[in-house]
Design a protein around this ligand. Sequence first.
Ligand code: MIC
Ligand code: SF4
Length: 642
Amino acid sequence: MGENLTRKIIAAHLKDGEMAGGAEIGIRIDQTLTQDATGTMAYLQFEAMGVPCVKTELSVSYIDHNTLQTGFENADDHRYLQTAAARYGIYFSRPGNGICHQVHLERFGVPGKTLLGADSHTPTGGGIGMLAIGAGGLDVAVAMGGGPFYMPMPKVIKVELRGRLSPWVSAKDVILEVLRCLTVKGGVGKVIEYTGPGVKTLTVPERATITNMGAELGATTSIFPSDEITRMFLSAQGRENDWTEFLPDKDAVYDEELVIELSELEPMVALPHSPDTVVSVRDAGEISVDQVAIGSCTNSSYKDMMLVAGILRGKKVHPFTSLVISPGSRQVLEMMARNGALADLISAGARILETTCGPCIGMGQAPPTAAVSVRTFNRNFPGRSGTSDAGVYLASPEVAAASALTGKLTDPRILGEYKIIQQPAEFLVDDSLIIPPSCGKEEVEVLRGPNIKPLPVNAELADTINARVLLKVGDNITTDHIMPAGSKVLPLRSNIPAISEHVFSAIDAGFATRAREDGGGLVVGGHNYGQGSSREHAALAPMYLGIKAVLAKSFARIHRANLVNFGILPLTFVNEDDYEAIGQDDLLELTGVRSLLTAGNKLQLTNRTTGKAFKARHDLSGRQAAIILDGGLLNYTRKTGS
Ligand code: MIC
Ligand code: SF4
């Protein structure tokens, strides 16, 4: 029986466990990446482990999220990250060099290797055949220290691509179609592996758009084979030596299958406020557009930008539509500056932003009240743009550029002749904004600004939990709901006491106060609780507020792992009807929990407000139960040394 690509890479990196569906496995991590919004915590945690130098083949620290320096906080964090990188043997990609996923693909990714990133869109690396996984910062810190990364052994879904995309239909439409079919929770516990004859019609940046936005399926990761197209991309980056062919066996077996006929796809759009509410642009109807934003780690490659420049050349943006563009990397921006495409964008009336995440994470360019914003990004959760009542539509660069010209959501097929953008024979390579590591340099002083506060540590799990339901929420709660981002909150990422005041603030302004008054509590949620980003602050800050457990119908993978890492019990209902019977403010009791965690999978809770008893599951592996008992992964690692 032939092996698929995912299983081959896992087998080659397996350190712990058996590759049986759903069982916990530990894999060796070759490369790690962090970005500045998750990186400060990850390096504080790495420092707390006392390891003198990273043990990975390669670790890179990027500055790309918190680049709006409205006060000293972000700049201080950049300085901390730069000095920590120098001290502990980590490459440092300076602000201005680009978005972590785009730069990693261009300059560092290697087919067949494992990459663990403190950012949920790390699967972008799957575009060149890496097993690239997003995780919380603490998991990345452990991997930098040489420890395995633990996850449930994923199922593998084969997505067979057939045919070829029609003009004006793009890679973004492929992943929007997959999202339409599988939904935002359809990928949980699964790797999406792309195969079939259509694969060779897609360039590496197009593949990376697809694997990037696989994060929105809740998937563990997504992966393409490493083939001749991959070789050509790496060769144009001056990195042909990093290429190896990595293909699934011809008779490879998969757990599930989906077929996509590329030639049948048309331009698509995800309507507000979820990446899986996908319809064709044609069916979306007449929608006036106030803002168009082009960029983000999903669609900011050289090809995407050249395509947009080609559409805008010699034309002007609509007078009532604001167009902002952030190229994905300095490489892309400089190439466009040199070949004149940047001038075409400027002349058309585009506002050119830094090569960072920018508006994608609410770092500026918040749209007006109740606006429609068409974005080439990957997430359109409520409030993420910085304007709570704005509606964000996710679409391809083709749709976005066409809409910027007409002022309404536009099918780009009206634009006429489509010009194919060829991959350049050589990309412009200048790594001078990447500072190489100088391993274990003890003389480097790690500089900490006053906003960088010490890591809070949890206590061991108490044997009885007697706590109030501080908040009851529905399905698909995102980490943007739990721990909002944006230009006001992001600068507090290295200050947990300050950022914890914002937990759930977008949906319940009184949450933090209630948690403090009650000395902690519980949260009750629906399906796919914690979908979206990898930000461990969505677990760390609730932990700081004394949240002991989250009781939900189901969890998103990364958030569940983050809850465990910070000693918060993730419980699911045995009988989902019990969700209805719990009210906000109810007092729940769980006794003898320490022994129950290691004896079976089910726990009995009592609702002291209604007098009703009900059962919940914890589904923790032995290792995870021990972590929870110790009050989190840092305590556990200190105790066990592993
Ligand atoms: C996001 O897209 O939500 C982020 C910002 O990149 C996050 C990481 C973070 O919150 O710092 C992610 O996707 O993991
Ligand atoms: Fe940055 Fe947006 Fe990509 Fe997150 S999704 S890494 S905020 S560009």
